[in-house]
Design a protein around this ligand. Structure first.
Ligand code: ADP
Ligand code: MG
Length: 313
């Protein structure tokens, strides 16, 4: 297991009477894509803003690359890059001039700056638009340039705060490719999103956050396993459901089952296996299946399970 690049212990942030980050503990490992998944208002951006040194916390301790965030912020700054949730670009400047501006803030100049600008533009596939003012860009292109700006100094850790919100599907795919490419190059990425498919697809590990707290943390697979193997809904002729129930409960991959009005609800340890067993049983008993639905466990289900609410409400 690789070592931690970021260690967060007991992080707290208050706004007036409200505590919006409530004792967060996290360890982000070198080279991983770590997802912070939660609905709007969960505290994701606040957490990232603290890590990026933009706002102060009200408690807890953070280290980045072994340096203490409160004690040695100037040692941490070159190690991290931020892609903020809100686009932060100069609209009247060209893509190249935006990159040059932010590059200089990180002390880049001359040939190095030039080379980095070319690299960043190439990475986000905006090379052919380098000299156009950003105000002529589509939302997706601005998002991609926003990413390039966060990368100009080649940070060791990149914070990406909801980078796909409001982008077209093509730009979204580009962003996914950038994330994969950066990870390939060894970068550590902290990625926040309220889209469970993104967390599932991109992240090595995911922390589920709600109301300022981390509710669960594991690989996407590990989190999904919290739900067991998935759920099956089956409709059979009315008298069939009740009659089948006790035998269904005894099937090897069924964890629990209930029947109402000809509908069977089965919690499984493996939905794929269980559905085969269930069909076999119905055939054996001569019971006709009128409908059959297999719900595979996923992160949306896990969130619902942990909080009783949907991610996108
Ligand atoms: N500057 C601020 N002043 C007061 N409340 C804030 C401020 N910034 C964020 N909040 C509140 O903190 C909570 C967490 O916000 P945020 O971190 O932006 O959540 P997320 O990024 O997960 O959507 C929200 O309830 C939000 O309204
Ligand atoms: Mg946010």
């Amino acid at each position: 297991m690789s070592r931690a690049v970021i260690e967060i212990e007991g992080l707290v942030k208050r706004y007036g009477e409200r505590t919006v980050v409530r004792g967060v503990n996290l360890e982000i490992r070198e080279g991983e894509v770590f997802g912070l998944l939660g609905p709007n208002g969960a505290g994701k951006s606040t957490t990232i803003s603290i890590l990026a040194g933009l706002i102060a916390s009200d408690g807890g301790r953070v280290t980045v690359g072994g340096f203490d965030l409160a004690g040695e912020p100037e040692r941490i700054k070159p190690l991290i890059g931020l892609v903020p949730q809100e686009i932060a670009l100069y609209l009247s400047l060209s893509a190249r001039d935006n990159l040059a501006f932010f590059g200089r803030i990180y002390g880049l100049s001359g040939a190095t700056l030039k080379e980095r600008i070319a690299w960043a533009l190439d990475l986000v596939k905006l090379g052919d638009r380098a000299v156009d003012p950003v105000k002529t860009f589509s939302g997706g292109m601005m998002r991609r340039l926003n990413i390039a700006v966060g990368l100009i100094h080649r940070p060791r850790v990149l914070f990406m705060d909801e980078p796909t919100v409001g982008v077209d599907p093509q730009s979204r795919n580009f962003i996914f490719e950038h994330v994969a490419q950066l990870k390939e190059g060894g970068m550590t990425i902290l990625y926040t999103t309220h889209y469970m498919e993104e967390a599932e697809r991109l992240c090595d590990r995911v922390a589920i956050m709600d109301a300022g707290q981390i509710l669960a943390l594991d690989t996407p697979h590990g989190l999904v396993n919290l739900l067991g193997g998935g759920v099956i809904h089956a409709g059979v002729v009315r008298e069939g459901a009740e009659a089948l129930l006790s035998t269904v409960r005894a099937l090897p991959h069924i964890r629990a089952a209930s029947a109402t009005d000809g509908r069977l609800l089965m919690e499984t340890t493996d939905a794929g296996q269980a559905v085969v067993e269930f069909i076999g049983l119905c055939r054996e008993r001569g019971v006709s299946i009128l409908s059959l639905e297999v719900l595979q466990p996923n992160l949306e289900g896990v969130f619902l399970h942990l909080t009783g609410k949907r991610l996108r409400e």
